[in-house]
Ligand binder design. Structure first.
Ligand SMILES: Nc1ncnc2c1ncn2[C@@H]1O[C@H](COP(=O)(O)OP(=O)(O)OP(=O)(O)O)[C@@H](O)[C@H]1O
Ligand SMILES: [Mg+2]
Length: 243
């Protein structure tokens, strides 16, 4: 299977801090690939460089062979690479519905306005807690609801690949499970996903392939089910009682 997204020798620096030091991986169409690793490993820096929020120092980000590295974020979005950043970056003062509409307007719909409207309605149905709050400011939602809104908004941009940065961060265990179920549902509907998570256990249960980042480098990679059994990972990330 040829890769939908291929990242080659990616490097990201903040001044003298080398956050990402030659990371390579690929995501096939239809897959969920997880990027796991401890705080400060370079997960968000990698995702933000792919999403065009950061300009990589060097390396390649190829979407079906087309180079995206260094393009501004609007061009990356137009190509279909949609990032849901860490910390639920929703538009706090806009209503829930306005946030969804902004998501749906990120990329054109082949079926025009009618198709966009139907897609917004489908997302509203998927998240009943949003349905009750469509006219409220998004900033008034709970943390879990804001994360759901951020994911719904990302899906409405019709991603070729959806980049999710720590969707379960800071959520209670029940909500963490709900979020991972939603990620799987979106995947079943045909969306390719690159999932960054600190919750290694849940990420490995959800993904097909996984890469472990440590200090800006890929320390381990392989099928997620296999990594979940790897003694090195067990000791480092799976030992404690993760949610
Ligand atoms: N804006 C910035 N300026 C300077 N250094 C930064 C900046 N953002 C991140 N870093 C540094 O880059 C390294 C990688 O950070 P990054 O946020 O990519 O890690 P992460 O794996 O996403 O961590 P976390 O799990 O905490 O989200 C860290 O050493 C961090 O301190
Ligand atoms: Mg991060």
């Amino acid at each position: 299977m040829s890769a939908l997204l291929e990242v080659r020798d990616l490097r990201v620096s903040y001044g003298h801090v080398e956050a990402v030091r030659g990371v390579s991986f690929s995501v096939s169409a239809g897959e969920i690939v997880a990027l796991i690793g401890p705080n400060g490993a370079g997960k968000s820096s990698t995702l933000n460089a792919i999403g065009g929020l950061l300009r990589p120092a060097s390396g390649s980000v190829l979407l079906e062979g087309r180079e995206l590295a260094g393009l501004p974020s609007h061009a990356v979005v137009a190509a279909g690479v949609i990032l849901v950043p860490e910390g639920r970056a929703i538009l706090q003062r806009m209503t829930v519905l306005e946030n969804l509409v902004v998501g749906a307007e990120a990329r054109p719909w082949p079926g025009g306005r009618d198709e966009a409207r139907a897609a917004v309605e489908a997302q509203v149905k998927r998240f009943p807690s949003l349905q009750r709050r469509l006219e409220q400011p998004a900033g008034a939602l709970s943390g879990g609801e804001q994360q759901m809104l951020a994911i719904a908004r990302g899906v409405l941009a019709r991603p070729r690949i959806l980049l999710l940065d720590e969707p379960s961060m800071g959520l209670a265990p029940l909500l963490v499970r709900q979020i991972f179920e939603i990620v799987q549902e979106i995947h079943r509907e045909g969306t390719t996903i690159l999932l960054v998570e600190q919750n290694a256990r849940m990420a490995l249960q959800t993904a097909q392939e996984a890469y472990v980042l440590e200090r800006g480098e890929v320390a381990l990679h392989g099928p997620a089910a296999q990594l979940a059994q790897d003694p090195r990972l067990q000791a480092a990330y799976l030992g404690g009682d993760v949610a």
